[in-house]
Each structure stands twice: as structure tokens, then as C-alpha cells.
Design a protein around this ligand. Structure first.
Ligand code: SF4
Ligand code: SF4
Length: 69
């Protein structure tokens, strides 16, 4: 189980993660990326790669107990 997590303090609202995610985890809300469907994440690696603000982490397991990136 992978879960995408966005740090809103870092997110600049560029929208790149919305376009990059093959399973549509993200949508924009109030100028920030919201990982609305974070649990759909398949750990493809696209969003941490494209995010210019280093604002996205992929947690492994429920509750983000072990963050890999
Ligand atoms: S790692 Fe891939 S599947 Fe997971 S949220 Fe990012 S772009 Fe989507
Ligand atoms: S790619 Fe990064 S900075 Fe851009 S909207 Fe997504 S989380 Fe925010």
C-alpha cells in the first residue's frame, strides 16, 4: 500500500503532479495540490520526479509510518 502525501508548505501550485499521475491521485484545491485519491498510488515515481518544489512524498503502509521518499 502506497500513499501520496503533499506538503502544502512547499507546494507552489504548478499542477505538474496532476498531469503526471497515471491514476489521477491529485487535484488542485485553493491553488495547492490535494492528494484526493492518495490511496490509489501505485508508486510509479512520476510525481516526486516532476515536482519542482520537492513537495511530494510517497508513504509505505497506512499512517505514513515508513516514508520512503
Ligand atoms: S507515485 Fe505515481 S501513482 Fe503515486 S501519486 Fe505519484 S504519480 Fe501517482
Ligand atoms: S508538482 Fe509539486 S509544486 Fe506542483 S502542484 Fe504538485 S505538489 Fe505542488
Amino acid at each position: 500500500m502506497f500513499i501520496a502525501v503533499v506538503n502544502w508548505d512547499k507546494c507552489t501550485g504548478c499542477g505538474d503532479c496532476v498531469d503526471a499521475c497515471p491514476v489521477k491521485c491529485f487535484e488542485m484545491s485553493d491553488g495547492k495540490s490535494l492528494a484526493q485519491r492518495a490511496v490509489y498510488c501505485i508508486d510509479c515515481g512520476n510525481c516526486p520526479e516532476v515536482c519542482p518544489a520537492d513537495a511530494i512524498g510517497i508513504a509505505v503502509g497506512w499512517g505514513g509510518l515508513a516514508t520512503r521518499r
